[in-house]
Design a protein around this ligand. Sequence first.
Ligand code: GLN
Length: 481
Amino acid sequence: MTNEEILRSDALTLAGLIKAGDVTSEQVTKVYIDAIRAEDGKYNSYITVSDDAVEQARLIDEKIKSGELTGALAGVPVAVKDNICTKGTLTSCGSKMLSNFVPPYDATVVKKLKAEGMVILGKTNMDEFAMGSTTETSFYGPTVNPHGTNRVPGGSSGGSAACVAANLAPVSLGSDTGGSIRQPASFCGVTGLKPTYGTVSRYGLVAFASSLDQIGPIGRTAVDCAALFNVISGVDDRDQSSTISEKVDVDKAASFDVRGRKIGLPEEYFGEGIDEDVKARVMEAVRYYEDNGATVEKFSMPIIEYAIPTYYIIACAEACSNLSRYDGVKYGFRPEGVDNLMDLYVRSRSEGFGMEVKRRIMLGNFVLSSGYYDAYYNKALQAKALIKKAFDEAFEKYDVVIGPVAPTTALKAGESLSDPLKMYLGDICTVLINIVGLPAISVPCGIDNEGMPVGMQIIGRHYDEQTILGFAANYQRGVRT
Ligand code: GLN
């Protein structure tokens, strides 16, 4: 097997070759680490590259050989977003605030990766504290989209999507609070799954908005995402919001048949403000399903109008509370030469956080303040109930709801930093899903007239990852192979 073939293989293929003894995890890992060292200067998709990955792989090879490790992805390398704690390895969250934070423990998902026998290649770049849609707010500089050097990779898991797109990892983990797995997957032309809230433990995921955050897999194929989802999911007594959930049947997803299935298309996702090319590509994909026996129906979901305000109120309210722990006292950045305690708090936070994070802390404190709480935060919670109702009604009729992942393809670098509101509006298609905890997957479905990837979003019922992964795999089997 050539190095090039290794770098182009999907994760399950690599796992099969490793199991069969055709290649070792050590060989595969070394090819990836060498490629990252040689190529990632162009993309900046990693913040930290593991020093001991090859060594880890060697130990894993021994355990595979002895029969101790038999998991579906044993021996396969994986990249991890830098807001997921890794014992002994910098976990910066893309922020100066945590630029010296080396966790003394592994997140539950990291423990699970290790127990599976997966090799962690490194930690990937992201928008600061996962706030953003471009990976440009990172303290470590922006990540570049492998499909076009002047394009952003999306965000906030831009590093995790770009490294898979650039063949610098076969699969990765991202986190999705309002679209941060799906939107970068869409911009970079890879597949990304945001699982049902509660299926994957958040223990050791640095909190942004706790009721919305969810860790999920990014890969080249839906089937790889299914396999990696199985590795990381499961109830965890360290995360009170985690729930019991079933594993996905990967073979069933791979051979899924859409005949007789019902697809709902919310008209609002195909209306004004969505690029013509994006609409056209998603509709072509929908037609593919129709040609293969699915029924398609348009319906109206007027509540989409409230998606952005509801999301930003809830997300900022939770963020300002979660981020109050960064005070320069316990851990994280602390400036030199402070005079007193107040000075320590003020300067740690003023110098440790970037612009976007500060904007959200201020917004969050505003919507939670007495006098405004009812007008904003309580209203957002009411809207959340209406959004839940709208999806419940849709799923009485349809097996899945399909739309675009984002209104546009990858933006040009620097375009949105100056206009945050415009950036927030770009989240219109993804945020509703987090507000009500649904699973959704982003699947590449062609390119626009400038060659940039377009993503289709397939939304499913709670805990029905099986069906959306099946839909995604069915499309990839028919169209891409
Ligand atoms: N772009 C959205 C935001 O800026 C989503 C971020 C995320 O999912 N972490 O909040």
